[in-house]
Design a protein around this ligand. Structure first.
Ligand SMILES: [Zn+2]
Length: 123
């Protein structure tokens, strides 16, 4: 089939490890609170305070996204350990290098991904 070569596995793993480091840094910065937030509390009118709160909420939301992406990347990296990286989690077929190059964290082959998305769209 379309199994990965050892050097392709090494390449994808290094991409994922770099992404994990970036995301871990982003999640830590954003959830660290005051220091990481883009907006400082200063002498403000009530309207400005609302704006500050909104921006802080957005920063927290971004941190949540980084944490979610980090979990996905960690999940993908764990599969190198048990040798299941590159295999579809649904049907067990090879996901294929070209797809993994675009999305190294992909969990499903293109056929299963398409099926899932169709199911979502019709729900
Ligand atoms: Zn599949």
């Amino acid at each position: 089939m379309d199994a990965l070569e050892p050097d392709q596995v090494a390449l994808l793993r290094s991409i994922l490890e770099r992404r994990r480091a970036e995301l871990a840094g982003a999640a830590a910065r954003e959830s660290a609170g005051a220091g990481g937030l883009p907006v400082q509390e200063v002498e403000t009118s009530p309207a400005d305070k609302a704006t500050v709160r909104l921006l802080n909420d957005l920063a927290l939301e971004a941190a949540g996204q980084a944490a979610a992406q980090l979990a996905t990347v960690k999940h993908a990296l764990a599969k190198f350990e048990d040798g299941s990286y590159g295999l579809c989690e649904d049907c067990g077929n090879d996901i294929g290098f070209s797809r993994l190059q675009a999305r190294p964290e992909a969990r499903l082959c293109i056929a299963c991904q398409t099926r899932v998305e169709k199911r979502k769209a019709s729900a």
